[in-house]
Design a protein around this ligand. Structure first.
Ligand code: TMP
Length: 212
């Protein structure tokens, strides 16, 4: 079944500014009269937010990487069934803060798990829903980590990973973008917020017109 809506995901390393940019885009699209649903992964549902707490709690140091990927998948399955599918069916523009590219970049490249295993796990949890467009905010890892180091409440379990992990994640994202040039658009995130937002808006507007 073809979705009436548009599914846009935001991706990038820690501190790349994707949440800020997604919020600005949402405000813009709403002002233009579009019906927009903002959501995030892990989370987005009551069950998913509980899973998020487990995944990001820095006390859960013993979490096996297989447990980690299955929990991200479980949160995603719930999210798709409860939120994403119905929203797309009713014609909404769904803006999602992270999705399967995060799993490929963080668990696949960051944790060095085999990409074919990750793809299989993703297929199991996501069914057939793929983003129409993915905005990848690309930033130097050190710059990103500097931005988040004084975050209120401290850093979470993933943010606390070593810099080598975050470097693998960034490289992984860039590889994914190279392999899916049509869907994943790289936007440099080391610029002023307004400048970045203008670039994102241009990409999204082009996509919206092509979809009509
Ligand atoms: P954020 O939504 O605040 O960026 O935090 C979510 C964290 O979870 C972030 O460090 C990336 C990580 N993550 C994964 O490792 N795999 C995934 O599949 C997803 C969705 C997120």
């Amino acid at each position: 079944m073809k979705n009436k809506g548009l599914f846009i995901t935001f991706e990038g390393i820690e501190g790349c500014g994707k949440t800020t940019q997604m919020n600005l885009l949402s405000d813009y699209l709403k002002k233009e009269g579009f019906s927009v649903l903002k959501t995030r992964e892990p989370g987005g549902t009551r069950i998913g937010e509980k899973i998020r707490d487990i995944l990001l709690n820095p006390d859960n140091k013993k979490m096996a990487k297989e447990t980690e990927i299955l929990l991200y998948g479980a949160s995603r399955t719930q999210h798709i069934e409860e939120i994403i599918k119905p929203a797309l069916k009713s014609g909404k523009i769904v803006l999602c803060d992270r999705y399967t590219d995060s799993t490929l970049a963080y668990q696949g490249f960051g944790r060095n798990m085999g990409i074919s295993f990750i793809k299989r796990a993703c297929r199991l949890s996501l069914g057939t829903i793929q983003p129409d467009l993915t905005i990848l905010l690309d930033l130097d890892v050190k710059a990103g980590l500097d931005r988040i180091k004084n975050r209120k409440g401290g850093n979470d379990r993933i943010e606390k990973e070593k810099i080598a992990f975050h470097n693998r994640v960034r490289k992984g994202y860039l590889k994914l973008a190279k392999a899916s040039r049509e869907r994943i658009k790289i936007v440099k995130a080391d610029k002023e917020i307004d400048e970045i937002q203008k670039e994102i808006k241009d990409i999204v507007i082009r996509k919206l017109y092509r979809k009509k």
